[in-house]
Design a protein around this ligand. Structure first.
Ligand code: DLZ
Length: 215
């Protein structure tokens, strides 16, 4: 056994300052109590350890884990269009959203057929998201459903990240039972578990800074 073996994520060696970043968290409403613990862990870590501004953390929910990749892709695209529109406004007031059937940043209702307004935190911010964290909890049942969803979600989340060029953190627990999930959200009765949301928050900041790095 190595003396200095550190199970899990070794902290980055350089300071990870997230004060200029805007982060999207998309989480499921399936297994919501456990998911909430993970969301809280990710959010707290980004704010307290990496100086991400609370108003720059946007939180959206979807029904289940299968919906996470679609939501991440869509909300990322909306934020990128708004950022481009903001840049155009500065240059010549061109509205890139016009005709695209997307809400304007100040709209608070969702007309039928439109994308939902990106809510929470800095509503209407013109900064595109620098990273996305997809959070969910999949618990194996007695059918093959678990295997299909795990495979689809992990592939889907990877695809959104690679296709968009924006890091998307795989914050999905794939557990064989509820005890495993509680432990990995730091919610086990014995208090011996670890909240993986903490690692996902740090991972999102680190990867966002990597995305924005100029060589
Ligand atoms: C249907 C389903 C099942 C059985 N289990 C879970 C789960 O453990 N965690 C989760 O996030 N979602 C689950 N779902 C819902 C699917 O992810 C999805 O929402 C539905 O199949 C509709 O596309």
């Amino acid at each position: 056994m190595l003396d200095d073996f550190h199970k899990g994520l070794e902290p980055a060696t350089t300071t990870q300052d997230g004060s200029a970043l805007r982060i999207l968290i998309v989480h499921t409403r399936w297994n919501s109590a456990i998911v909430q613990g993970l969301v809280d862990g990710a959010k707290k870590t980004m704010i307290e350890q990496h100086n991400v501004k609370p108003e720059n953390i946007v939180i959206e929910s979807v029904p289940g884990a299968y919906e996470l990749p679609f939501a991440a892709k869509k909300l990322l695209e909306v934020s990128q269009i708004r950022a481009a529109e903001g840049a155009s406004d500065l240059m010549g007031n061109v509205n890139l959203l016009e005709g695209l059937n997307l809400n304007s940043p100040t709209t608070t209702t969702t007309p039928t057929g439109s994308a939902p307004p990106v809510s929470g935190g800095a509503k209407g911010s013109r900064q595109a998201f620098d990273a996305v964290i997809c959070i969910g909890v999949l618990i194996k049942g007695s059918t093959m459903h678990f295997e299909y969803i795990c495979e689809a979600v992990s592939q889907g989340i990877m695809r959104v990240g690679l296709d968009s060029g924006v890091p998307v953190i795989f914050g999905v627990l794939t557990c064989l039972n509820e005890e495993q999930a509680l432990s990995r959200a730091g919610l086990d009765k014995a208090g011996k578990g670890h909240n993986h949301g903490i690692d996902w928050g740090s991972g999102a900041v680190e990867m966002a800074l990597l995305k924005n790095r100029t060589l």
